[in-house]
Design a protein around this ligand. Sequence first.
Ligand code: CP3
Length: 352
Amino acid sequence: MTEPSKPFLQALQGKTLTTPPFWFMRQAGRYLPEYRELRKNARNFLEFCYTPDCAVEATLQPLRRFSPDAAILFCDILVIPDALGQKVEFREGEGPVLERLRGNGDLARLKSEGVCDHLAPVFETVRRLAAEIPEKTALIGFAGSPWTVATYMVEGRGKTDFSRALGWDTEDRAGFARLMGILVDATAAYLIEQVANGAEVLQLFDTWAGALNEDQFRRLVIAPTKAIVEKVRAVYPDIPFIGFPRGAERLYLAYVAETGVNGVGIDSDLNLQFAANELQKMCVVQGNLDPLLVVEGGDKMKTAAAEILGAFGNGPFVFNLGHGVVPQTPVENVIELARQITSWGISQAQNV
Ligand code: CP3
């Protein structure tokens, strides 16, 4: 394989860089006034995601503010249920609301055939971004992982106790496995098209992985993730993956050992020493500043960011947050953090 010139891609090949590359999960969105302005152009959030003019512009906005090493496609993980024909709505102040899947009998209503046709506007967005982003910037495509997407499809909303999804898995394991299989296939097809149109890295978001015990984690997080990675790599053998099994604690080790990801997103709760001593030996780590410290800013943010740079900066590492930027985050703090990461590299270089 030839050596890539973009720092983010070099890091994902396991290279240690003097200045660690960085980007921030949810770096586009409501904390940016220019996003809130642009968002007024669309009647609803899904329409915004399916309008390439809007999605391209929303992706580029953070690049103009603080030049991260990667741009992440502006879209949402819930376009997969939408493309499968499930009713998905984003309500102001309430988040996503879906018409619930109640069991095996509802699976027949999901339409797997038309998924990529439905998502054609997203691929156009990817294509335009690949042509428009700065030369040093890598383009990340993404999808939700089957477990996390399934929780929204079965619970009808986010942040629940997952009793419906877990109850379905307990009472009708074969039926729930069928749902996971539908999601593996749709997600792999979706990601393959993203790469075909110019995505250079793929991230899988498993926001609710931390709700599972070890047996469930192996069946519902590791196995489907591994299946997606294999399906995409059957077409694009060299495509780098970053997995983000948020809240997985010690199961991060099994996740990295078994799924085939090149990099792993670590959440803010993961112990830094554990991540540095055990995980970073196995793959590139990406994380993990608490997003609430970016809301706070100042010395507390700086000290925590310096600690993370110190723990991971001398190995294969991508600086990021432990979860997404939240809407109340002051933009100046994000810019200040970007400056700190970049100058850390310079000061390290002067010390040698
Ligand atoms: O900058 C980026 O990171 C790219 C865009 C992106 C969005 N959602 C835009 C968005 C990405 C990568 C996501 C992923 C996503 N979506 C996840 C996984 C990561 C995570 O944060 O845990 C999840 C669980 C979702 C589902 C989702 N979408 C929820 C729960 C919500 C409502 C809560 C919220 O944050 O608003 C959304 C809506 C959403 N997705 C918005 C944006 C910018 C806000 C909607 C709006 O602007 O009207």
